[in-house]
Design a protein around this ligand. Structure first.
Ligand code: HXC
Length: 258
């Protein structure tokens, strides 16, 4: 499968997706969304693939939604197209785990896309920001909500109101990213982490992902009940029997994926 705006390769059980619009600092236009939607769906549907990494270039993970595509649209266009809704159905809906490996600019929609990932690994060159206010608008792909949940109200509010960028060290300190690594090691580190996740029982990985996301979407009591039910579902899998038996027999588990 070849795409216009992204590169996709499989490295054993890990799918590597690279944003590839260098001339526009990987600005996210309609074609990027269509390509990512197709790539993430293909990843979800392929039982040989167990974790994915989304990355950009050294200079930019993505410098935002494509301003040149939006400049001539009016409010009715945005409303009638339900502009940006496809990110939820095409990218966030991915059921298997994926990591954003971010170097350089992750601004506006770029920051929002990184925050759609299950977690972010940042290069020390990464810079995050929601500068939409400078364009007379505001985040539209989840940025105000996910940033506030990640770093708290004060910092998120300050970033959205001033449009300032946050460097990798601040992003780590604020909990926006899981880890910061030297830029030269970013891809290797992210792929290695993805390989670790890919070595886990795949249904357990999907359910762990679903469970952690409950913390952001569901009241605590309901989330705790759902956590228990999801846990109970996992106990019915062949991989649960294999995982526990393998532990007792002091050997690595061999996963069936069900
Ligand atoms: C379209 C973009 C772009 C973007 C950069 N480019 N960002 N094109 N949409 N978001 C293009 C530039 O126009 C330029 O193309 C090329 O990429 C290189 O960018 P430069 O500006 O020349 O690079 P540099 O001087 O290094 O500055 C890098 C930068 C700057 C600081 C990241 O490009 C920048 O501020 N970009 C916009 C960031 C932003 O505002 N993002 C939020 C977008 S709105 P040409 O052809 O001119 O050489 C958003 C959500 C909107 O994401 C929701 C509202 C509905």
């Amino acid at each position: 499968m070849s795409y216009e705006t992204i590169l996709v390769e499989q490295r054993d059980a890990v799918t590597l997706i690279t944003l590839n619009r260098p001339q526009a600092l990987n600005a996210l236009n309609t074609q990027v969304l269509a390509d990512l939607t197709q790539a993430f769906r293909a990843y979800d549907a392929d039982p040989s693939q167990r974790c994915a990494v989304l990355t950009g270039s050294e200079k930019a993970f993505a410098a935002g939604a494509d301003i040149k595509e939006m400049v001539d649209k009016d409010a009715a266009d945005f409303f009638l197209e339900d502009f940006f809704s496809g990110w939820q159905t095409g990218v966030v809906a991915t059921r298997k785990p994926w990591i954003a490996a971010v170097a350089g600019f992750a601004l506006g929609g770029g920051c929002e896309l990184a925050m759609m990932a299950d977690f972010i690994i940042a290069a020390d060159t990464a810079r995050f920001g929601q500068p939409e206010i400078k364009l007379g608008v505001a985040p539209g792909m989840g940025g105000s909500q996910r940033l506030a949940r990640a770093v708290g109200k004060s910092v998120a509010m300050e970033m959205c109101l001033t449009g300032r960028m946050m460097d990798a060290a601040e992003a780590k300190q604020g909990g926006l990213v899981a880890r910061v690594v030297p830029a030269a090691d970013l891809l290797e580190d992210a792929l290695k982490t993805a390989a670790t996740i890919a070595s886990m029982p795949p249904m357990a990985a999907m359910i762990n992902k679903e469970m952690v996301n409950l913390a952001f979407e569901t009241p605590l009591n309901q989330a705790l009940t759902t956590e228990r039910r999801l846990f109970q579902i996992l106990t019915a899998t062949e991989d649960k029997k294999e995982g526990m038996t393998a532990f007792v027999e002091k050997r690595p588990g061999v996963w069936k994926g069900r």
